[in-house]
Structure formats: C-alpha cells, structure tokens
Design a protein around this ligand. Structure first.
Ligand SMILES: CC(C)(COP(=O)(O)OP(=O)(O)OC[C@H]1O[C@@H](n2cnc3c(N)ncnc32)[C@H](O)[C@@H]1OP(=O)(O)O)[C@@H](O)C(=O)NCCC(=O)NCCS
Length: 326
C-alpha cells in the first residue's frame, strides 16, 4: 500500500517581529541578522495562542484542503520540541480539540527541526502496513521556551505550524521514499536541557537563567546541517533511481539562508528550484518544511508531475529527507 499526501495546511501567528524590533531589545542590528541568516521578520504567538491552538489551525487547513473532516482521521502524529505540556502529549490535545474519535495519537519530540520529516517517515510506514489516514503536524512555539535576552539564539527563531494529511488516496502526491538518520555523538551541540531530568525545573534554574537557555555551537550546527541535508537528499533520490536533475523543487529546512544556499550549491541546483521563506518566518523548527510545502502548493510552485524533495536537519543530530511525486 503506497502512502500519499492528500492535503496541506499551515498557520502563522499575526504578530510580526522585525529585525529592528530585536535591535530595540538586545545588542543586535538588522544588518547583522540579515547578513548572517537572511531573516528579516518572524512571527510570535500571542498570549491566547499555544502549541495546541497553532497545530489545530494548521490541521484544519490541511483537512479542508484534503476535503476531509476530523472524523476521517485515523491517527495523529505531532512533531514538536515545544509541546503544550510535559504530559500529556500535544497530539492528545489536538485530537480532542479537532473532534476526532478515540484514535491513537503521539508526539515525536526532541528531534528539533528534523521532526516533521521523521514523522512523515513513521506515517508512511504506518500507512504501508495498513491503509489509514494520518494527520502529520510540525509545530513550534519557540518564543515562549527560549530566552528572549540571548541575542545569539533568540533572533533566529519564530512560531508556526504546518500539517499534511497522509493516506492511501492517490489524488495528489505519492510519498515515494523517506529516509531518516541520527548521530547522537553531537547531542550536546544543540540542547535545551532545563525541564528534563538532568536539569529539572526548580528555583535554582530560575535564578541561573538555565530554564530557558538554548545552548548552541552555531558554527558546528551550520557545517553538519549542510552536510547532512545534502547527503540525505542524494541518498533518498538514489533509492528511487533519480538525481537532483529530476527534482522540480527542493523544500529544505528553513534555518538560515546561508545554510540553504550551501545545500543548493552542493546539490548543483539553480536558485528557482529551491523554496525559501526564511526571510519572512525565521526558523520555525519542525514547522518549516510542512509550512513551506503548503505555501509552495498554494503559490503554484508545485504542479502535477513534479518531483519534490524535502530535506531537514535538527538537534540530536537528526536528519531526514523525503521524495514526493506530485
Ligand atoms: C548562529 C550563526 C548565525 C552565527 O553566525 P556566525 O557567522 O557563525 O557568527 P560569527 O562567529 O561570525 O559571529 C559571532 C559573533 O557575533 C556575535 N553575535 C551573536 N549573535 C548576535 C546578534 N544577534 N547580533 C550581533 N552579534 C551577534 C557573537 O557574540 C560573536 O561575537 P564575538 O565574536 O565578539 O564573540 C551561524 O553560526 C548559524 O547560522 N548557525 C546555524 C544555527 C542554526 O541554524 N541553528 C538551528 C539549527 S536547526
């Protein structure tokens, strides 16, 4: 049984934070952020929004796009590193809010920005074993989880959600192949430790500021992100007997324009064959790929017959890539 994508959805909060807004808060500038990352703006959730509400908004968009209702969904996977709570998972809250039946749901957490494509790998396997309709969501509300006084990390991120409906119906696009990989030797290079059992949240972490400190070796992350996203892209195409010249559009994880450009060059692709929206939304973690996919479909950047490549990289380090035939 083949797995297909039947609908695409996305949600971004209304509130726009520009680079100049950041420069008014911490010691940074539009020039520094633009040169190093390509980011000009990002969205931050309002107080009445949460990881669950953003995930539900993207899911409703994807369901509408698939011409389905909540009762048609058989399973939900939510990829997020910024869950609504420690327990239970965000997926259970999404299930109830959408009004699905008592279907199984689970979060795929801690994979950073690779989470959505990894979740798609799981969804494909589940559909292949037994035909079912799986809602796959990537969502992050990062602005509420990291220190907004740390210029080295805060300016990079934004909040958003993206979703796909995956299932057996061959109406729109087939998930030909997905690959995932992990190198835990690099786990300490990108961490948000507080709140876990190594560094439980307590008054000490509040005083030290550890409770929201994102620790990142930016240069090492940069190098590994380029290498792993490029290699995963070639590997997934190789598995289906294709090369980059067969690809109509690459949708890479939107961390940074320089990383995207380096991957594009490694793959030998022209600008117009790589989708970029990082200037508008910043790095929205596991939401970047499904958000960009939904946007690219709506903008007419993807049409029938197109082979689309998804490639992502995140904390762990984890990486994943998918080949989608429209
Ligand atoms: C973070 C990143 C943009 C930094 O760019 P860079 O070219 O490596 O930065 P540099 O080493 O040239 O500059 C670092 C300097 O800028 C300063 N700096 C950091 N953030 C800054 C900011 N927002 N504004 C101004 N200066 C800043 C640092 O304090 C440091 O100063 P120092 O040299 O006096 O110590 C880059 O490493 C990167 O994109 N890495 C990948 C990060 C990522 O994508 N993470 C998510 C992975 S999914």
């Amino acid at each position: 049984m083949a797995a297909h994508l039947m609908g695409f959805g996305r949600y971004a909060p209304e509130r726009i934070i520009t680079n100049d807004d950041w420069a008014a808060r911490v010691d940074t500038s539009d020039e520094w952020i633009t040169q190093r990352t390509g980011i000009k703006r990002r969205r931050f959730a309002d107080d009445d929004e949460s990881t669950m509400t953003m995930a539900v908004a993207a899911a409703e968009h994807a369901l509408k796009d698939a011409d389905l209702v909540a009762g048609d969904i058989d399973e939900i996977i939510v990829a997020t590193d910024t869950p609504e709570m420690m327990t239970p998972d965000t997926a259970a809250l999404v299930q109830h809010q959408l009004g699905c039946g008592n279907i199984p749901t689970y979060d795929l957490g801690g994979s950073g920005c690779a989470g959505f494509v990894q979740a798609l790998d799981v969804a494909k396997a589940r559909i292949t074993v037994a035909p079912k309709t799986v809602l796959v969501i990537g969502v992050e509300l990062i602005s509420r989880m990291i220190s907004l006084d740390d210029r080295a990390t805060a300016v990079l991120f934004g909040d958003a959600a993206g979703a796909v409906v995956a299932g057996p119906s061959a109406a729109r696009a087939e998930v030909l192949e997905v690959i995932s990989g992990t190198d835990g030797a690099h786990a300490e290079i990108l961490t948000l430790a507080a709140g876990g059992t190594r560094n439980p949240f307590n008054s000490g972490s509040l005083e030290s500021g550890d409770y929201n400190r994102l620790v990142m070796d930016g240069r090492k992350v940069f190098v590994e992100a380029v290498r792993r996203m490029s290699e995963a892209s070639v590997e997934v195409l190789d598995r289906i007997g294709k090369t980059t010249s067969d690809v109509a559009l690459v949708i890479p994880h939107q961390a940074n324009k320089r990383i995207i450009d380096a991957v594009r060059k490694q793959l030998g692709l022209a600008d117009e064959r790589v989708y970029v929206n990082v200037h508008e939304y910043g790095n929205t973690g596991s939401a970047t790929v499904p958000f960009a996919l939904s946007e690219a479909v709506d903008e007419g950047r993807i049409g029938p017959g197109d082979l689309v490549l998804l490639t992502a990289f995140g904390a762990g380090f984890h990486w994943a890539a998918a080949a989608i035939q429209f």
